[in-house]
Design a protein around this ligand. Structure first.
Ligand code: MN
Length: 717
């Protein structure tokens, strides 16, 4: 067990100016408060805060952080209040302790909604003062080291939480050393059998290769010395159990096929020497193609920098070589902690470091993204990055998560570029917007002024930035529609009682009612009506004293209003509630005559699908949100726009014949687009005006008869 005096000694070593008196007082305070408390291990409780403080000392933290480490459990586990910590140790220490206490109260194994809220709280505490998460991580590390003393259920819960939450956060903050230990420990407790088996296997292989690795190391040292490339150190190590385990599982391969089982690390003085060393390694052994990675020129999102290559020795032994400078090495091991040293320098010039950029970004999102599920999804993509490196035509690097598309790329440049993106050239060739970008792709975005994001983009973007921007745009558009609908529904309600819409719908009147309904803006209230969250009648009651209300049936107006409102959606009636926002689903775009079913969406009214729509049959919706809808017999018999996709053979006169056939069945074409592949016509997209299901069937039948038409499908609108 570490003695407090040893801790002081260490602090004095790296920070002679540290406020040791503060540490001494914190230690005594903690000892008194935790007096009599015992850990599961049987040791006095005080051992825990002392160990946590020691971990922070090893990270060379400032005195405030170490004091907070000593005090981190006093508010949570004793009768001490935050106020007392403020009085005794000042605002700064108390602030960090309070942050840690807040995070410690969070359990992540709750419902998704709660979990998102918890995450948000934790991020806020973290962004507020990064030292909070450093103390929390040190706390978690010591708890993981002593996990074997806990009962099994708690052991599993804590290990899982560590793997899901704390290790990824440590990783995102660039703290590889701490992350690695957390992962190894979590693996050991979560899958003890797999851990033991793998450990034995790895140990055998490591022993067998020990001599080889030492030879390789000596060869490298000698070669670098001959070439006069100065190095700080060269050492060999075997890959960690958890990452081998992950790799075996992911790639379904055998331990023998893991190329980076052994890695040799070369630490140099300068970047130039890194590349010189790489050249010498490649002259000595054959590199494995596709395994050379330049993270110096293209750092990982968490700031990690290094050169990686895999080579094969004369005897056929594969191994990885990692080359970096001393400074890169320090940052690779300690990450953000390397920035929060005792120097008390605060952030400042380091604000541009990737971790701080990331934290600022988090802060931005947490203000932008209201929906907790959305928020947690963003965060997950961001916490478990698997990146590809793409380039602008000018050679600027854009790291993106795996699966990213040109739309993600466009938004990473600028919101306007994203919004107006109509196409993309990858390595000089036009590609569909849903293409997954690969490492090294040079991406050029084609934009068009006034172009707008489409709803389909939600399914092809993966970066949180693009998702948020597209969603923001769509929500804005939807809200405009809802405000308009709400205004008209309210007018309709007023006319029903023969009231004067002009005076009653004046701004001051509406403002008054909005305020009474707990809303700041008129728009907000109208949107609530449009979304079906607020009854128009409810607003009316507040606008006009009850005794003045006398209903006058004015049927004609009602249907006229409904038609004006929702375009061709007015042809659908919702039983028992005709003031709901009704939208025909784009996925199946049902038309009169088809069997339909309605679903109440979250805040967006009723979405009407064809009964045979795959989204319905796949049970995307739960039964209690189902609502009966029917085609409105009273509505006029105007047309629907229906999109068709034709697969065709390229032949002369095809387009003319298709147009003629469509004219034969009395149908208007509103749009037609021919698509070519390698210079040959192979697809046609068209939009038609269709009266009802029977009419559509007639059109489909006559199109299928045209020679050269291989297939006709209905397409989403
Ligand atoms: Mn603790």
């Amino acid at each position: 067990m570490i003695r407090f005096e040893d801790l002081l000694e260490k602090v004095r070593d790296y920070n002679p100016d540290a406020d040791l008196e503060l540490l001494r007082r914190a230690y005594v305070f903690s000892a008194l408060e935790h007096k009599g408390q015992v850990r599961h291990s049987g040791e006095p409780y005080l051992v825990h805060p002392l160990e946590v403080a020691t971990i922070l000392t090893d990270m060379k933290m400032d005195a405030v952080t170490i004091a907070a480490g000593l005090l981190h459990d006093v508010v949570e586990d004793t009768l001490t209040t935050t106020e007392r910590v403020v009085q005794t140790f000042g605002r700064e220490v108390a602030h960090v302790v309070e942050g840690v206490t807040k995070i410690s109260a969070i359990t992540f194994s709750s419902s998704e909604e709660r979990q998102a809220e918890n995450f948000r709280k934790m991020l806020l505490a973290m962004v507020d003062d990064i030292r909070v998460i450093l103390v929390k991580l040190a706390d978690r590390l010591h708890n993981m080291r002593t996990l074997n003393f806990l009962p099994e259920d708690r052991r599993l819960r804590i290990a899982q939480e560590t793997l899901d939450i704390y290790a990824p956060i440590a990783n995102r903050l660039g703290m590889a050393k701490l992350k690695n230990e957390l992962e190894e420990l979590a693996f050991r407790y979560l899958e003890p059998e797999a851990y033991d088996v793998l450990k034995a296997k790895v140990e055998r292989r490591r022993k067998a290769s020990e001599g080889v690795v030492e030879d390789l190391r000596r060869t490298i040292v000698a070669k670098l010395r001959d070439a006069q490339v100065p190095v700080v150190e060269v050492d060999g190590r075997t890959k960690r159990l958890f990452s081998i385990h992950e790799k075996l599982r992911r790639q379904k391969i055998d331990l023998d096929r893991v190329y980076d089982f052994v890695a040799l690390r070369i630490v140099t003085r300068t970047i130039k020497d890194c590349y010189a060393a790489l050249g010498i390694i490649h002259q000595t052994w054959s590199p494995v193609p596709g395994r050379i990675k330049d993270f110096i020129a293209m750092p990982r999102p968490n700031g990690y920098q290094s050169l990686h290559t895999s080579v094969i020795s004369e005897s056929g032994f594969p191994f990885e070589v990692q080359i970096r400078t001393e400074e890169m090495h320090l940052r690779a091991e300690e990450g953000i902690a390397a920035h929060w040293k005792y120097k008390e320098g605060r952030v400042g010039a380091e604000r541009d470091e990737p971790y701080f950029v990331w934290l600022r970004q988090l802060l931005e999102w947490q203000q932008e993204v209201r929906d907790p599920q959305e928020f947690i999804q963003n965060l997950k993509i961001d916490l478990y990055p698997e990146e590809v490196y793409t380039f602008t035509p000018k050679g600027q690097v854009k790291p993106l998560p795996r699966g990213a598309t040109p739309v993600d790329f466009a938004y990473s440049i600028h919101t306007d570029v994203g919004n107006q993106c109509v196409g993309a050239r990858v390595n000089g060739r036009m590609v569909p917007l849903r293409t997954h970008l690969k490492n090294g792709d040079i991406v050029e975005i084609v934009t068009q002024a006034k172009h707008k994001p489409s709803r389909d983009w939600m399914s092809i973007v993966v970066t949180s930035r693009a998702r948020n921007k597209v969603k923001q745009y769509l929500e804005g558009e939807e809200k405009d529609r809802a405000v308009e609908l709400g205004r008209r529904l309210l007018e309709k309600e007023l006319r029903r009682f023969g009231l004067n819409t002009r005076t009653l719908m004046s701004d001051p009147e509406l403002q008054r009612v909005a305020a009474e309904s707990g809303m700041q803006k008129i728009e907000e209230m109208l949107a609530a009506i449009g979304f079906g969250k607020l009854q128009a009648r409810h607003v009316l009651d507040k606008l006009v004293p009850n005794e003045e209300l006398k209903e006058r049936p004015t049927k004609g107006v009602v249907s006229a209003v409904r038609r004006a409102l929702a375009g061709d959606n007015e042809k659908i009636k919702v039983r028992g509630a005709d003031d709901l926002l009704v939208v025909r689903a784009r996925c199946c775009n049902p038309i009169r005559g088809e069997k339909i079913v309605g679903y109440i969406t979250r805040g967006k009214g009723v979405s009407v699908h064809s009964v045979s729509c795959p989204n319905v049959t796949n049970l995307l919706y739960t039964a209690d949100r189902r609502i009966e809808v029917e085609w409105d017999r009273g509505a006029d018999q105007g047309g629907y726009t229906v999109a068709l996709a034709l697969v065709v053979e390229d032949r002369k006169g095809l387009l003319a014949e298709i147009s003629a056939k469509i004219a034969d069945v009395n149908t208007n074409i509103t749009n037609i687009e021919a698509k070519t592949h390698d210079g040959h016509l192979d697809r046609m997209d068209m939009t038609l005006e269709i009266r009802d299901l029977k009419h559509l069937e007639k059109v489909l039948k006559s199109l299928r008869k045209v020679s050269g038409v291989l297939g006709v499908e209905r397409a989403p609108k």
